[in-house]
Structure formats: C-alpha cells, structure tokens
Design a binder for this molecule. Sequence first.
Ligand code: NIG
Ligand code: FE
Length: 388
Amino acid sequence: MSTTALTGIGLLVTHDPELGELPDAALVIDDDRIVWVGPAAEVPDADESSDLDGRCVIPGFVDSHTHLVFAGDRAAEFEARMSGQPYTAGGIRSTVAATRAATDEDLTSHAAGLIAEMLASGTTTTEIKTGYGLSTVDEERSAHVASRLSGDVTFLGAHVVPPEYADRTDDYVALVAGPMLEACAPYCRWIDVFCDRDAFDVDQAKTILTAGAARGLGLRVHANQLANGPAVQLAVELAAASADHCTHLSDADIDALAGSPTVATLLPGAEFSTRSPYPDARRLLDAGATVALATDCNPGSSYTSNMAFCIALAVREMGMTPAEALWAATTGGARALRRDDVGVIMVGARADLVALQAPSPVHLAYRPGVPLIAATWKGGQPITAIGG
Ligand code: NIG
Ligand code: FE
C-alpha cells in the first residue's frame, strides 16, 4: 500500500482530546487509515504528497439519521405547509405508495445519488433507515438496497401503520416484531420506531424494540418530534444508542438523557422544513447530554442532505456554539452510531476527512449556504479534487 501525506493544513480540527486543534499541521494516510498526525514541520516521508495550501481540515461529517430509500418527492406538501398547513405523520403514506411502485434499481440509483450529493458536501458516514415499504417484501428490499450503500442500516418497519392495516394496529405491530423483522434483520445493524403522536404508542414501541434487541439489533427511537410523550424515557430505559428529534422535552427527559449513554440526535432540517420550533440544544448540553446533529434526509419533513446547513441552523437557532455544532455533526454522530473509527482525526481512525475552503470551521455557520467543501476523502480516497 502507498502512503499519502496531506501537508499545508492551516488548522487541523481533530476532536481527539489529546491532539485538540493543531495549526500548521500535516497527516499521513495509509490505505483507508490515518497513520500519522502532527506538526507540518515533522511530517514523515510518504509515497505521495498533497499540499492543502492553508485550508482547514475537519473529520468527515457523520450523518447518523437519514431515510434515503424512497421514490417520489413531496414538494407540493412542502409548498402547502409554507402556506400554513401543519405537518402530520400521515404524509409518510404517500411516499410509501411511490416506494412500493418503484423497482429495486430505481430505489438504488436514487439513494446512491443522494449519497453522492452527501459525499460532495462532506458527509463520509451515512446511516440509512427503511420505513417507506411497510410490507415484509418492501421493507426487505429497502433494507437490501440500503445495505449496498451503508454499514449502518436501520429497520424502521414501525414508521407508520400502512393503509391495509388501518384499525388493525396490533396486527401490524405483530408483523413488524415478527416476520418483517426476521426478513430485514440480516441487512440491518439497528432498529427504530416512530413513537409519537399519530404514530406508535410506547407499549407498541417497546414490543418492537425488544424484539429487535433479541434479534441482535441496536436500538434507536424517533422520539418527541411532534409532541411531548414517553418516547425519550423509553429510549433511555432500553439503553438505545440514540433518541432522535427531541424537539419537545420535559425537564425529566433532559435529566434522563444527561444521565445515560443515549445520544440526543437533533434534526434541525425537520423543524426548518415543517416550520416548527427548534429543539433547545443549549438545555441538553448544559445538562451534560451528548448531542448529535443529523439531516433526517427524507422527502417529507427534511429534504436536505447537507450537514453544513444543519450546523448553521444549530448555531443560529438552537443555542450551539460553532465548535459544539461541528462536534455534534462529526464525533456526536459517531457516538450515536456507537462507532469510534469515524468522526475523529487520530492515528488508527478511518481517513474520512474534509478540507474547507475556509480558515476555520466557524465559517460553516458564518457563511451559510456557501459551498465551502474543497475536498473530501472517504477511507483515504479523494472524492472531490481540490478546486474541482
Ligand atoms: O424523521 N418522523 C418520522 N419520520 C420522518 C418523516 C418522514 C416523512 O415525513 O416522510 C422524520 O421526520
Ligand atoms: Fe427521521
């Protein structure tokens, strides 16, 4: 294997507590891993070298919550919302109809297109949920499609109750916790339930999550997006890796998250796109909770794939400092996926890196909407040529 040195790094933001931020830095990549990090003046010889001309380098973004396997879009629903219609969980069913009608090839090429969009905007790790199939066959093929694109696939058969199970929710819960889980589990690392108003109640969520855990899957919960309820407490009780959304939190929810390893994953693209109040990240951080930021990329509530946009929203609207938001979008996302090989720049970590067309990551929020991603490396491979 040949080694590559990245030199001329004006500021290296590592998120390694020992290394911190290094001015005038360099690093060396061997295959898919980082093998050396330090001052530019001390960089060891490598087979190849690339001068970053003073750019800032950060870990690649870790987007720990997306719904990329779907067909169609819901631009008309968004347009209606911007004229005053409320967001409801029921909109999911129109994407279910489009997804069921799509071929595996269509679903794969559409999701791969979104992954390419994400890579170009600095996202090097992407979790992908199922949840627009909602039959055993359509959830299984969604999970299969997702598994071709990510190692972090989440079974979300419990997204909403599909129309053919209207008034038979208990039967649908049994299907999800039984045959559908069996069919999807081989492709998945995680299981998730939308536990909220107009979705699944806490008992149904517990049944499904417990079945998933027994099948060896890690737990995640769509919790407290639409209303305050027991979902965050359930996530903590079941030691879920992540409680996601966390828009409506009681003091007891904050205390529970702060006293647990469950990460609070905030998804400001959803509040932006549903014109809803943003979650209060400051309250969570001050209490000591671990916070992640993710896009929630989906055709209904948040059709953005852009983590820098989420960072800007978190800083402007949710009380996060630029440094906290960057940490949440990288290391925080890795914690939410219980991974220590991504979201950090240190020897042994994956060489998943972003060079910014900026002197510091503060510019991600300071210059919102500006394409500042100069280059991305995933597993040591350059994705976008500098200046390209
Ligand atoms: O995370 N909240 C549930 N699921 C998605 C929305 C999906 C949709 O509206 O299609 C979310 O926001
Ligand atoms: Fe979601």
